[in-house]
Design a protein around this ligand. Sequence first.
Ligand SMILES: *Cc1c(COP(=O)(O)O)cnc(C)c1O
Length: 373
Amino acid sequence: MTNVASLSKLLPTYARLDVTFTDGEGSWLVDADGKRYLDCFAGIAVVGLGHRHPAPLAAAHAQLDRLWHVSNLYSTEPMQKLSVQLSDVFGGAQAFFCNSGAESIESALKWARKVTGRREVVALEGSFHGRTFGALSVTGQPAKRAAFEPLVPGAVFATPGTLAEHVGPQTAAILLEPVQGEGGVHPLPAEVLAEARALADAHGALLILDEVQTGVGRSGAFFAWQRLGVKPHAVTLAKGLANGLPIGALLVADDAPTGFEPGDHASTFGGNPVTCAAACAVVETIDDGLLAQVRSTSAFFTGALARFGEVRGLGLLLAVELDRPAAPVVERALEHGLVIGSAGERTLRLTPPLTISADEAALAVGLLGEVLG
Ligand SMILES: *Cc1c(COP(=O)(O)O)cnc(C)c1O
């Protein structure tokens, strides 16, 4: 493997593994030495359709040849089309486009304050909503926050069992991940989500779902809330939306207050035509057939991985609780040509492309068997 450390001048914000990837196709990655890897991480649930999927690839290529950027003071066709497509899948919503998950959370927090005139946001312990100041403020992991205080005031942390104690007339929003991703892959029980919606409605607060990781088909439905049966006032998307090009989105339900007026919020690059063209192709590709495949591949993994430890998750956002530290397993898997991740001390995380074939899924389980011995 090529020693990246000797070739780079990057600030050390990541504990990077010693591999430099140069090419990708479908569920496969190739490193600088030509070695092939089965990708069961997909850039942390980003490359949902697999590397260089022909639909977003063709759409982005075609848009690159026409127009790269204009200001958001004007309209572009891909951005308008994407907003309509997402509204249709959501069942009626208006979109704000930005460039990342954290930015989508920032827009959701500003929207909630503007709509309600309140400043408290109830989030869950163990949650993850991003690394910018607002998003970090509502992230329920003290170790990630500690060095950066003071943060944005108003964050209140609850457990699924204590939501009712923390929500009241002072609450602007309840912010929840349908499955906590970075926090260890912990699915939120459907009844907790239903309780959150009822509490929000009772107190004039907003229910915002952070679907940055669970959205865009990963759960086996386009939105994870569709599997849990509780519609939120707003939802954030990012990771899988443009299959690897940077994008984030806040969707506000048509029956929720719009709140924002011109001048309230903005993003220079948000709604970029190339990115939105790719995202339109992604949304078109995630049809009922692919969503059914996600659910059946999920059932295969859930059964086959059980011999390694307790399996948690929803759709193709899966974790295995090991009897040993996960980081060395992730590293050895890489040596065996399998890319996986971790989400906590002993938690392996698998977020393969939604398009992974049955043969590739079986191969992944076989490789993991070799690694775990
Ligand atoms: C990854 C993630 C974020 C942050 O997204 P970035 O694009 O890294 O800013 C926010 N919320 C959830 C649930 C995530 O998984």
